[in-house]
Design a protein around this ligand. Structure first.
Ligand SMILES: NC(=O)c1ccc[n+]([C@@H]2O[C@H](COP(=O)([O-])OP(=O)(O)OC[C@H]3O[C@@H](n4cnc5c(N)ncnc54)[C@H](OP(=O)(O)O)[C@@H]3O)[C@@H](O)[C@H]2O)c1
Length: 238
């Protein structure tokens, strides 16, 4: 039976875990704090802050001896005008979004090689704010831009056995985005900026992640795919 590691289990990561469990996959969940989701889904579980390399390595090794894929769903949305951003903001955003993903892949490589088919799939997360420039997004766009570079570089290096893709969501209703979505008037205004006239739901994004982890996407690698209601590429007026 296929086994997948999911790092970051609250919003999209949690929805992904539920979808994979429904498909009968085995799961190893990693998050900063205890989550009832592990018991609910019958998953193994380890605690790690992705900014702590030793803890992250140990949490990944605990998934062993073999795994078939990894979804790195930890991330930040730290929006500030550039004059208010500090080095500490930029370093934290880089560590959580990009360096953590790099470390997770490094630690998981031996487990991928030990999988029955010696193949695996990795899913990382970017943001719509890399493909298109948005004010106040400098720090997160910088970090997620690194994730896109990492995705393509690893996809080339790890082919043909290991596939690597990234998903670039627009605003999606998860705990991370709560600051922008809990006020319904604000949420409606933001939804209206999307050609499809709504915000994303965690399952919209998790569905693509589940597809990319599975054998059905076996000829897709090195891609950054938008799940964004059309926000990155379409103009419906003018
Ligand atoms: N939601 C959006 O609008 C949106 C838009 C563009 C991109 N994304 C990206 O999509 C991915 C999933 O996001 P989401 O919205 O589903 O987020 P989320 O799950 O609601 O929250 C972020 C997750 O990252 C974890 N995390 C944050 N810092 C961490 C750290 N230092 N160590 C370990 N875990 C840490 C959080 O853990 P705790 O539960 O312990 O806090 C949480 O599980 C992220 O990469 C995000 O950047 C989301």
């Amino acid at each position: 039976m296929s086994k997948f590691i999911i790092i970051g289990t609250s919003g999209i990561g949690g929805a992904l875990a539920r979808q994979l469990q429904t498909q009968g996959k085995q799961l190893h969940l990693i998050s900063r704090k205890q989550t009832p989701l592990a018991d609910e889904l019958g998953a193994s579980f380890a605690i790690a802050d992705v900014q702590d390399k030793a803890a992250l390595d140990a949490a990944i090794v605990a998934a062993g001896p073999a795994v078939d894929g990894l979804a790195y769903c930890a991330g930040t949305i730290n929006l500030k005008p550039v004059h208010r951003l500090t080095d500490a903001d930029a370093i934290r955003d880089f560590e959580v979004n990009a360096l953590g993903a790099f470390r997770a892949v490094q630690a998981a490589l031996p487990l991928f090689k030990a999988s029955a088919e010696k193949t695996a799939s990795i899913v990382l997360f970017s943001t719509v704010a890399v493909q298109q420039g948005f004010a106040a997004h400098a720090s997160v766009a910088m970090a997620k831009g690194a994730v896109e570079g990492l995705t393509r570089s690893l996809a080339a290096e790890l082919a043909p056995k290991i596939r690597v893709n990234a998903i670039a969501p627009s605003l999606t209703r998860t705990p991370l985005a709560q600051g922008f979505t809990q006020n319904e008037a604000t949420a409606a205004a933001l939804a209206g900026m999307h050609p499809l006239q709504r915000l994303g739901e965690a399952d919209d994004v998790a569905s693509l992640a589940a597809f990319l982890l599975g054998a059905e996407s076996g000829w897709i690698t090195g891609q950054v795919i938008g799940v964004d209601g059309g926000r990155s590429s379409l103009r419906t007026k003018g």
